[in-house]
Design a binder for this molecule. Structure first.
Ligand SMILES: Cc1cc2nc3c(=O)[nH]c(=O)nc-3n(C[C@H](O)[C@H](O)[C@H](O)COP(=O)(O)O)c2cc1C
Length: 395
């Protein structure tokens, strides 16, 4: 197992995480819906964008610093909300939040986190962002928003693309659950991953702590699983954006936008920013990659709101490409989860360092000194056909 500073790429970080994290949780992160075609496309489509090299430009005094939703960020990369992060590594949400805080980038805590809003607030010193799934039990959601406010979360990320759950074959086959069931196969995995197991034995945070103890019918594990599965609200609508925004009173970032019409609706209903995202290929398999739809969404609402992108970011080069196509920032999911699985807080820091270095060198070789000046002029070619709908451009 190489020490963290010998790990040079996110791909190597993934391999390191695979050696340390039990299969069911490694697979939970490394999976997409059904055939995983959208999961793969998210990454592959970045390779179809070529950068424009420039020389003899003074590359001294470079800056990656920017702002995301009014907050300073040392680079345009935020940590995406991911469920069960505390199962990649004990107390994972706290460790990732601390790494993000020290690095100066935003951290987003998922509704489906293992560590609760209060756990993360108690163990960090700067405000973080909270991701909200709207559930049928609106009284619970009201309390959740109020808890995020009380913990001084500075933005709410409202996820709109999970009204029902996409199906991931690996999770079904592995019998994924949190906490894990003690099947013979899992006990064997624990023996092979002793560092992970020891960490888990040393923490009390092993279930969905934003939920347990906060809803009536989810006391024990079997009831909790049933409660959650039935709770994602299929009737979620644009009106909920206004309601959530009013209750929270701070900026609301709408996540899961993959279509220009939806981007316009999100802005019309008060979104303070949007995240172009297909949930990392975990929901609608067969949907286009997020980088592919970014230009049409920038055309539609780029002058009205800040647009962020996630899905498939595995390097600083990917970040630069997204920025060049009009994103004002990016989010990383698996890249940070693998860092966490491979090395806890230090692993997340290493992931951020790798991406930062790649972004800085790429920006310099493109002849730019300030990330905020990166644009279409830095792109040489894009080998991604534009939308070709049978209904035409507005269909
Ligand atoms: C293991 C895992 C769990 C996730 N859980 C959530 C979640 O609870 N809420 C949410 O809005 N998005 C969730 N996502 C989606 C991420 O926020 C993000 O959109 C996606 O991971 C970006 O793609 P990338 O992993 O290729 O960077 C999850 C993604 C992964 C990989």
């Amino acid at each position: 197992m190489p020490s963290l500073d010998k790990i040079l790429t996110i791909e190597e970080m993934m391999a390191a995480a695979k050696r340390k994290v039990p299969k069911q949780f490694f697979d939970y992160a490394d999976s997409g819906a059904w055939t995983e075609s959208t999961y793969r496309a998210n990454q592959e489509d970045f390779q179809k964008i070529k950068l424009r090299q420039r020389v003899a430009v003074n590359m001294d005094g470079r800056s990656l610093a920017t702002t995301m939703t009014g907050e300073k960020a040392s680079m345009p990369v935020a940590i995406a909300p991911t469920g069960l992060t505390g199962m990649q590594n004990a107390d994972g949400e706290i460790k990732a939040a601390r790494a993000a805080e020290k690095f100066g980038v935003p951290f987003t805590l998922s509704t489906m986190a293992i560590c609760s809003i209060e756990d993360v607030a108690e163990n960090t010193s700067k405000p973080f962002w909270f991701q909200l799934y709207v559930m049928r039990d609106r009284a619970f959601i009201e309390r959740l928003i109020d808890r995020a406010k009380a913990a001084k979360c500075s933005a709410l990320v409202l996820t709109m693309d999970l009204q029902i759950l996409g199906q991931r074959h690996k999770d079904l086959r592995n019998g994924m659950s949190a906490p894990p069931k003690f099947t013979p196969r899992f006990v064997f995995e624990m023996a092979r991953k002793p560092g992970w197991a020891l960490g888990m034995l040393g923490t009390k945070r092993r279930s969905f702590r934003n939920i347990v103890g906060h809803v009536e019918n989810a006391g024990d594990l079997s009831k909790l699983s049933a409660w959650t599965a039935n709770q994602f609200d299929p009737a979620l609508s644009w009106k909920d954006v206004a309601w959530v925004k009013e209750r929270f009173g701070g900026p609301v970032i709408v996540k899961g936008i993959l279509d220009a019409e939806d981007a316009k609706a999100a802005v019309a209903h008060g979104a303070d920013a949007i995240i172009v995202s297909n949930h990392g290929g975990r929901q609608l398999d067969g949907a286009p990659s997020s980088i592919r739809v970014l230009p049409e969404i920038v055309d539609a609402v780029g002058n009205l709101t800040d647009i962020y992108l996630d899905g498939g970011i595995r390097s600083g080069q990917d970040v630069l490409k997204a920025m060049a196509l009009g994103a004002k920032g990016t989010f990383i999911g698996r890249a940070f989860l693998w860092g966490l699985g491979a090395g806890g807080e230090a692993g997340v820091t290493r992931t951020l360092e790798i991406i930062q270095r790649e972004l800085d060198i790429t920006m310099a070789l493109c002849g730019e000194r300030d990330i905020r000046n990166v644009g279409l002029h830095n792109i040489y070619s894009i080998d991604l056909p534009p939308r070709n709908s049978p209904l035409g451009a507005n269909g």
